[in-house]
Design a protein around this ligand. Structure first.
Ligand SMILES: [Zn+2]
Length: 392
């Protein structure tokens, strides 16, 4: 019963409802402390503790609250928080979740959450109140989209946790329990807030859940830029272009390990931008993972805060051209406690137009580790091939 008490407690004290008014700034930042209370279970890195796997000294999963908490702390300490509006959000409703997820999965998730937590498949454990917390995470993205479509903000950032882009309609995986962006898009479409949406997923892992949800839907263009054969191991190939009416509206851009700033900038310019220019969406949503960072423990890429800044500029430009400036960033992965806050700060500075800048303390290290011209030429050849394949 104490677990139900916990859920009741957070419902009563933390369920802040939104009332949009005269906001001072053009960027909304949707955050709720409850999301940082999500418990990811007893894992060492990505492996369950047990047998010969000793618990880690620092504890648990790389998907822990510190990366996000430190991101929010940094924007408070730097002063950038004054140039954005920080808001909370309601949870996504069961009806909204069921626009994407099966009734069976939602019922099982709710019931195990009430029993104190557990696992429902593919090693995504959760603790007491896990369903309510995941619904809050999805709610942050729902509210971010709604606030932008209603004109309260030009753009918005949702600091969602747990993340969403690996979650399938009936199976959680890859730290993801609900597909936050999927739910937000379907809810906005159901409310007639938006018709055509482009999702740009630059989390370093393939956005397989989001791809799956919209695979046959021409009203949602899904683009995933990811490290090839990282996670999941066997998805994210360039040949997966969508099916039926959705054929041609899914684009996978698998990049080799070692790709850095130049490769990501070229990928945006030569593949992402032309795709969105052809598609002309009403809204762009970015699945904003920071795990392509040069120091992330779950990838082998070499991006710096300046890479995320540059990619954000590209999204701003696209949104200005096609969506009246409207776009939303939904937080996904990113596992370096040190680096995520600086990458996030650069993104928020670009979104808000704030003059408050903080220096990326890893800049010289990551700049110095950028791949050779030979490597970049090799990847450029791969980008040429994808270009020919999708644009003829
Ligand atoms: Zn990721």
């Amino acid at each position: 019963m104490w677990r139900l008490g916990f859920v009741g407690y957070i419902n009563h004290y933390l369920d802040v409802s939104l009332s949009f008014g005269d906001f001072m700034n053009k960027t909304g930042f949707f955050f709720h402390e409850e999301c940082l209370w999500h418990s990811g279970g007893n894992y060492a890195f990505t492996v369950p503790v047990g047998g010969f796997v000793q618990p880690l000294a620092a504890g648990g999963l790389p998907e822990n609250p510190e990366t996000k908490r430190r991101f929010k702390n940094l924007i408070e300490v730097s002063g950038l928080a004054k140039d954005i509006d920080i808001l909370s959000s309601r949870r996504a409703t069961v009806e909204e979740l069921m626009l994407v997820h099966t009734k069976k999965y939602i019922k099982e998730f709710m019931s195990l959450s009430e029993e104190g937590g557990g696992e429902l498949g593919r090693q995504v454990p959760f603790g007491p109140g896990g369903f309510e917390i995941a619904s809050r995470s999805a709610g942050l993205v729902v509210s971010a989209v709604s606030s932008v479509m209603s004109g309260d903000f030009n753009n918005a950032y949702a600091l969602s946790r747990p993340p969403g882009h690996h979650c399938l309609p009936d199976v959680p995986n890859g730290f993801c329990l609900l597909n936050n962006i999927g739910v937000a898009v379907r809810a906005a479409q159901a409310n007639k807030e938006v018709e055509r949406v482009a999702i740009v997923d630059w989390d370093v892992h393939h956005g397989n859940g989001t791809e799956n949800i919209f695979y046959t839907d021409p009203n949602v263009l899904t683009i995933s830029v990811h490290q090839e054969r990282n996670y999941p191991l066997n998805t994210g190939d360039i040949s997966q272009r969508g099916e039926a009416g959705g054929l041609g509206f899914n684009l996978n851009i698998p990049l080799p390990p070692g790709s850095g700033h130049e490769v990501y900038v070229q990928t945006m310019k030569r593949l992402v931008e032309p795709s969105i220019n052809l598609y002309k969406p009403d809204l762009i949503i970015v699945a904003c993972g920071f795990d392509a960072s040069g120091v992330d423990p779950l990838s082998r890429m070499l991006c710096g805060a300046n890479t995320f800044r540059e990619m954000t500029r590209s999204i701003i430009h696209l949104a200005e051209n096609h969506c009246d400036g409207k776009f939303v960033m939904a937080h996904e992965g990113g596992y370096s406690e040190l680096h995520v806050p600086f990458c996030g700060h650069a993104v928020l500075q670009e979104m808000s137009g704030s003059v408050i800048e903080v220096f990326d303390p890893l800049k010289s290290r990551i700049d110095g580790q950028q791949p050779s011209k030979e490597f970049n030429d090799f990847v450029s050849g791969k980008i040429n091939n994808i270009e020919k394949r999708i644009f003829g």
